[in-house]
Write a protein that binds this ligand. Structure first.
Ligand code: CP3
Length: 398
């Protein structure tokens, strides 16, 4: 629409205003919009507990956030998402911004995580992915044989294909008004590869693992391709305003230690090293978190993989995780999400024990995986409060 036409529309809407007032209103509304969209002049950060903990620095309390904190357990989330296609929502920066902010209006979380999905990367590489109600993510045409790799876009222009995520990050960073830092994220190569071959969720991951044993070369080719896209994608997220990055290797647990060392770890390392090296060139750094769910056998390796934080699922004991990582990294996690079904007093006791196990320094409280849709928001609030209260108490004792 031309400016002239847009002014005419505004005059139509505000017929009683004179022409000058209408123009002033129009210009200020455009300026405001432009200011919001540019990845610069972000509001000053008021709560840096999360970023300090990532770097092992002292904090006044242990910071806390939850994986899937923007999710279906919140009635306002269900209302915003009602009747809308999941990936359409992911492509709307305004919708992603609103969904990201929703949990922060309810709970004093110490970080926000951008609402999006790990499967936007296979989409950017040319695959069709749909979110089917009651079934989860579904690929109508998954990769079947190594020849299918030729169908993928090997070099992805992330600004063109995933610019909508960058816009969501920039908008959200402005709208957060510096309340807490904003986390960007990606799926890790093996987890994305397994979705692209399985075509959706799986208990055995046998189709994807078949590739590892039968087509190791093609597997490495695909993992390498994904790694390249992921690095560009994460750098784009930082340029857009992400203040920390989490890499989700959600399917680490279906690999054994040998396969993990060959097909997951080298790519996780490559991602952190290359993102950090590239950022360093412009004098930047952002904390990077790796979450290899059920990959307890890889804990020592993960703590020496250029990440600042290792995020843990609930199968790992806090004290042994500290011993095994030897102070090389900060730790994040790891309450069993199902503990949120317990009464509030019990949640408080579990949190206290968890804090005593991890200690208060270099620690970010979280769950061992995402929140489930049937969880009671009140208990999520009790979890957050317990982390803040008990950690303040423990810190005062020190
Ligand atoms: O943590 C957050 O609040 C940020 C948003 C976020 C979502 N997905 C939103 C989402 C993040 C970080 C993800 C990552 C993601 N997506 C992972 C890695 C983390 C993990 O859970 O291990 C994975 C494996 C996916 C793929 C995916 N997307 C699954 C398995 C599902 C659930 C499908 C179902 O029906 O239960 C999704 C959908 C999804 N992504 C939802 C949300 C809030 C729920 C669906 C909806 O809102 O309609």
């Amino acid at each position: 629409m031309t400016v002239k036409k847009q002014v005419a529309v505004y005059q139509g809407q505000f017929g009683q205003l004179n022409r000058t007032a209408t123009l002033a209103f129009f210009i200020s509304s455009i300026m405001e919009k432009d200011d919001l969209i540019l990845p610069k002049d972000f509001p000053t950060l008021k709560n840096d507990a999360f970023l300090s903990a990532c770097l092992g620095q002292e904090t006044p309390h242990v910071p806390v956030w939850c994986m899937r904190q923007a999710g279906r357990y919140l009635p306002e989330f269900r209302e915003s998402r009602a009747g809308k296609d999941f990936f359409e929502t992911c492509r709307s920066p305004e919708a992603c911004c609103e969904l990201t902010l929703q949990p922060l209006r309810r709970f004093p979380f110490d970080a926000a995580i951008i609402f999006s999905d790990i499967l936007v990367i296979p989409q950017a590489m040319g695959m069709d992915v749909q979110m089917v109600a009651g079934k989860g993510p579904t690929f109508p045409d998954p990769l079947k044989e190594p020849e299918d790799l030729l169908l993928l876009q090997p070099k992805v222009d992330v600004n063109k294909e995933l610019g909508y995520v960058f816009k969501a990050i920039t908008l959200t960073r402005h709208k957060l008004e510096g309340k807490v830092p904003l986390i960007g994220f990606t799926g890790a190569p093996w987890t994305l590869m397994s979705y692209m071959i399985e075509g959706g969720g799986s208990t055995t991951h046998s189709k994807a693992k078949r590739w590892l044993y039968r087509h190791p070369e093609a597997s490495h080719k695909l993992l390498k391709m994904l790694t390249g896209v992921i690095i560009d994608y994460l750098l784009g997220q930082v340029a857009a305003g992400a203040q920390a990055l989490q890499v989700f290797e959600s399917h680490a647990g279906c690999l054994g230690p040998v396969e993990f060392k060959e097909f997951s770890l080298p790519y996780l390392r490559d991602i952190a090293r290359k993102v950090k090296d590239q950022l360093k060139k412009s004098g930047q750094d952002v904390p990077m978190i790796v979450f290899a769910k059920d990959g307890h056998y890889g804990l020592e390796d993960l703590s020496q993989s250029h990440y600042d934080v290792v995020s843990l699922d609930w199968t790992i004991d806090p004290r042994s995780a500290r011993e095994r990582t030897g102070g090389k990294v900060s730790l994040q996690g790891n309450m069993d999400p199902c503990a949120l079904y317990a009464p509030k007093e019990r949640i408080s006791d579990i949190v206290k024990k968890m804090l005593e196990g991890f200690g208060t320094r270099g620690y970010i409280a979280n769950l061992g995986h995402g929140l489930y849709p049937d969880m009671d928001p009140e208990n999520v609030g009790a979890f957050v409060e317990a982390v803040h209260t008990h950690s303040r108490h423990l810190l005062n004792l020190n």
